[in-house]
Write a protein that binds this ligand. Structure first.
Ligand code: HEC
Length: 457
């Protein structure tokens, strides 16, 4: 009896987790975080225009939401300690914002103040507003197909197979609203935290780098059709790449980015398309690991020059900015190696920390640099994995197919030798039905997997 009840409870929990994943994991990660406040202010800045026009509330629910978001931002700042001595100043700014919302001030004014507060918080806390390395837009695309397509649609127009059932409807990433106001950084926050009270849940299970990949992919969607001119785009990209920072690309909406570009370059529109679609050649893995090697060498130089503090910081950055972003990918390929690499990065830090002398530090750094180039090789080999997977999958099919064929051949021989010719059409009918069912099964599973992203509110 107890066992029965136990299994019923287990089932109920299972169903509950499936239906309400974010309740089970705890609503939107860390509620007191800086990210949440920034996120709330972004919303107020963007959406207030839909609530108030010429001093009149045009959408009551939207207006109440703005009031609520501004209040929540105030409370989070008030409860948190992340602003240190600047806390009261920011609280004053937030009070001003709330008063203006109460007075139904203009959306221009509200956006200006909300953005100003947001920028102050970003500046004071130093919270990351850009990815550590160039995002991998292609990885963003795979993640998008797996997690977002069901609602936002293949092209990002908000017309996924589930869209019809949802209220509010999924955002159209191709619209003017997002072009004007939405930066990859805001995308980053939305994907991390979700939008409360809608079916847009947060995705705390994705790493920061993955979320950046997604955020940049979304911002590339309006331009995907222009990828075919890739040579011309590459030229545009290379012209401006050294002169535009990843931080600008991450924090500016397309409109502001376009404005910035037009003051600096000719042909700004094409350049905008190029930076939204492309990344530097030999991107990512290389870039990330180069950061690591550079930092290690700088750590050694600093140590040699007697600056232990700088050496320690550089050694830590070598890990955090260089290895950490590719660690997840590396781990899927060779988890043992990741442990060794982490261990070696720790050895470097400890050699510096414990002041083990120039020679030991140099040896540890060299060892680490060697392992990083090994990491590079492992990650480069990743592409072959596609073919390896393909060959493995095909060989399973061929092996199973051959087995089935042999069984059929034996049965056919038996039937013939015992002279029951009547049974032959049944045999052929049998395998034909199996092939047909296989085909139907394939289509169905494709269809079912597409719906996998659906979650409750
Ligand atoms: C279950 C359906 C669903 C899934 C799956 C989903 N979204 Fe959404 N998403 C929505 C809805 C609905 C909205 C509109 C929310 C609103 O109106 O405030 C939205 C809004 C957004 C926005 C815009 C928010 C804003 O500030 O205007 C972004 C960006 C976004 N989603 C990204 C993603 C990404 C990336 C994924 C995949 C990792 C994803 N969504 C998966 C339903 C979904």
């Amino acid at each position: 009896m107890m066992k029965r009840i136990g299994s019923i409870i287990a089932w109920m929990m299972f169903v509950w987790i499936i239906i309400f994943p974010q309740h089970a994991i705890g609503q939107t990660a860390d509620p007191g975080s800086v990210q949440t406040v920034i996120h709330l202010l972004s919303y107020v800045s963007m959406d207030y225009a839909m609530a108030v026009e010429n001093g009149n509330v045009i959408d009551k629910q939207e207006y109440e939401e703005q009031v609520e978001f501004a209040r929540q931002a105030y409370e989070l700042v008030n409860e948190g300690q992340f602003l240190g001595e600047n806390k009261n100043k920011v609280l004053d700014q937030l009070t001003t914002l709330r008063n203006l919302i109460n007075k139904k001030s203009t959306s221009v004014e509200i956006s200006r103040i909300a953005d100003a507060i947001k920028h102050d918080i970003i500046r004071i806390t130093g919270v990351a507003t850009a990815p550590k390395t160039w995002p991998d837009i292609r990885n963003g695309q795979s993640l998008y197909i797996a997690n977002c397509l069901t609602c936002h649609g293949e092209k990002g127009d908000g017309n996924g197979p589930l869209a019809g059932e949802l209220e509010p409807a999924p955002t159209n990433f191709l619209g003017a609203e997002l072009w004007n106001k939405f930066s990859p950084y805001q995308g980053f926050n939305t994907i991390k935290l979700g939008v409360q009270g809608t079916s847009m849940r947060g995705f705390p299970e994705l790493t920061d780098q993955e979320v950046w990949d997604l955020a940049f992919y979304i911002k590339s969607l309006p331009y995907q059709g222009q990828l075919k001119d890739s040579l011309a785009l590459r030229q545009e990209f290379n012209q401006i790449n050294p002169q535009i920072s990843l931080n600008e690309l991450a924090t500016l909406s397309d409109k502001t980015l376009m404005d910035t570009l037009s003051t600096r370059f000719k042909n700004a529109r094409q350049k905008l398309v190029a930076v939204r679609l492309l990344a530097p050649e030999g991107n990512n893995i290389n870039a990330s690991l180069t950061i690591s090697t550079t930092n290690l060498k700088e750590a050694l130089a600093a140590y040699t020059a007697g600056n232990k503090t700088l050496a320690r910081t550089k050694a830590l950055n070598a890990y955090l900015e260089g290895i950490e972003p590719v660690e997840a990918r590396l781990r899927t390929l060779n988890s043992k190696f990741v442990l060794d690499l982490e261990g070696q990065m720790l050895n470097v830090r400890q050699a510096i920390e414990k002041d083990k002398g120039q020679k030991v530090v140099e040896e540890e750094v060299q060892q680490a640099v060697a392992m990083i180039s090994e990491a590079n090789e492992i990650l480069k080999g990743q592409k072959m994995n596609y073919w390896l997977t393909f060959i493995l999958a095909t060989s399973i099919m061929l092996r199973e197919g051959l087995e089935a064929f042999l069984v059929l051949a034996v049965v056919l021989a038996l039937i013939k030798s015992s002279g029951i010719r009547k049974a032959i059409p049944w045999l052929h009918g049998g395998w034909m039905t199996a092939v047909l069912m296989g085909g139907i099964g394939w289509f169905l599973s494709d269809y079912i997997i597409q719906f996998g992203g659906k979650t409750g509110k």
